[in-house]
Design a protein around this ligand. Structure first.
Ligand code: SF4
Length: 367
């Protein structure tokens, strides 16, 4: 039974130079039309399950007007919510107001996620983002006063315009805001982005690794639990929604460009505005066989500190993991640790986790 739901709001008032997400420039009428179609999509697909998490992401959901946000929340009232639901909305500080925060609270949102990325004007100019310390602090304070007890802040690193000292200052600033959760992103310059066209390149892998280590060190010293490769939280504030992805659970994804995992199918929605508006929401579906599902399970769960619970794995797939993969060499090299019925990548090897996972999947035993 599906317990998780992602809603994509693809509108932004300013387009960032690195952006590779499904986004559109905000236009009032377009948003109104989008909400009509989103409602149709949800009504036609949602099966009435009680949801444990809803995540409104984007884009920049906070750039919708108050009236549009009211409409969005009234559409989402069709979704049945567990009493303990984790209900998140993403946004940026610039388009967030006290009135919008009150509206979120009125509709049961209990987790906020803001992209801060970097406090340095050089980095902000490079990313083509806006930042004001004064407004950031005011909005976080307002949110706390209103009663939000779970706030995530995003920090971005590995920018060609930054050095380790600047990153350290970014982390210190983020910590001074005492968020419950911190997500970190290493900048990847993707094809078709403005940065790519302008011929920027990713920083060296060595420097990227050093920056990653710096983040780990600073956030662990500050008492954050490094529970997933790029995510840190105070105890009890791990993102339940994101954990549903890493635990390979099924979820709904509604909206332009959204992805879903339901009925053992990985489904991608169209990124075409015209198709979406004409009711052709889905672009492609991939039906997974047991082997694919197991591979996803390994790939996703090994991103987390907890790793793979070997007992649950056996119950789910009727086979021990070691019957399917011969990974003793990876264990010998300490790339994988088996402890208390869990298999995981030790934290000091997370930077090379992709290589380790590829090696593990390559150790498949022939039946
Ligand atoms: S706010 Fe996010 S989605 Fe919008 S342009 Fe910037 S990176 Fe892309």
């Amino acid at each position: 039974m599906i317990k998780h739901c992602y809603i994509h709001i693809p509108f932004c008032k300013k387009i960032c130079s690195y952006c590779d997400f499904c986004k559109l420039f905000y236009q009032e009428k377009m948003v109104n039309d989008y909400l009509i179609e989103l409602e149709k999509e949800i009504k036609s697909i949602y099966q009435g399950e009680i949801l444990e998490t809803i995540y409104i992401g984007g884009g920049t959901p906070s750039c919708l007007s108050k009236k549009q946000l009211e409409k969005l929340f009234s559409i989402l009232s069709i979704l049945k919510k567990d009493n303990q639901i984790e209900y998140t909305i993403e946004g940026n500080i610039e388009t967030t107001t006290k009135e919008k925060l009150l509206l979120y609270q009125k509709y049961g949102v209990n987790r906020l996620s803001f992209g801060i990325e970097s406090i340095h004007s050089k980095n902000q100019a490079f990313l083509e983002r806006d930042f004001s310390k004064e407004k950031t602090e005011r909005i976080i304070q307002e949110a706390r006063k209103i009663g939000f007890k779970n706030i995530n802040l995003d920090v971005m690193y590995a920018l060609p315009t930054e050095n380790k000292k600047m990153l350290e200052e970014d982390i210190e600033y983020i910590l001074s805001l005492t968020p419950e959760h911190i997500s970190t992103y290493s900048l990847m310059i993707e094809p078709h982005t403005k940065l790519y066209i302008q011929n920027y390149h990713n920083i060296s892998q060595d420097l990227d690794a050093e920056m990653y280590e710096l983040i780990k060190e600073k956030l662990s010293q500050a008492g954050y639990n490094h529970y997933e490769i790029s995510n840190f939280s105070k105890k009890g504030f791990e993102s339940i929604h994101n954990l549903c992805y890493w635990k390979n659970k099924e979820y709904y994804g509604f909206g332009l460009g959204a992805s879903s995992y339901r009925n053992s199918k990985r489904i991608s929605n169209t990124r075409s505005w015209t198709n979406y508006q004409n009711g052709f929401w889905i672009k492609e579906e991939e039906k997974l066989v047991k082997k694919d599902i197991i591979e996803y399970e390994i790939l996703l769960r090994l991103r987390t500190k907890e790793g793979i619970n070997l007992i649950t794995f056996k119950e789910k797939y009727q086979k021990n993991l070691q019957e399917l993969y011969n990974y003793h060499l990876l264990k010998e090299k300490q790339y994988l640790i088996e402890e208390k019925n869990h298999l995981f990548i030790p934290e000091d090897k997370w930077y090379i986790s992709n290589e380790i996972i590829v090696q593990l999947l390559g150790c498949e035993r022939n039946e």
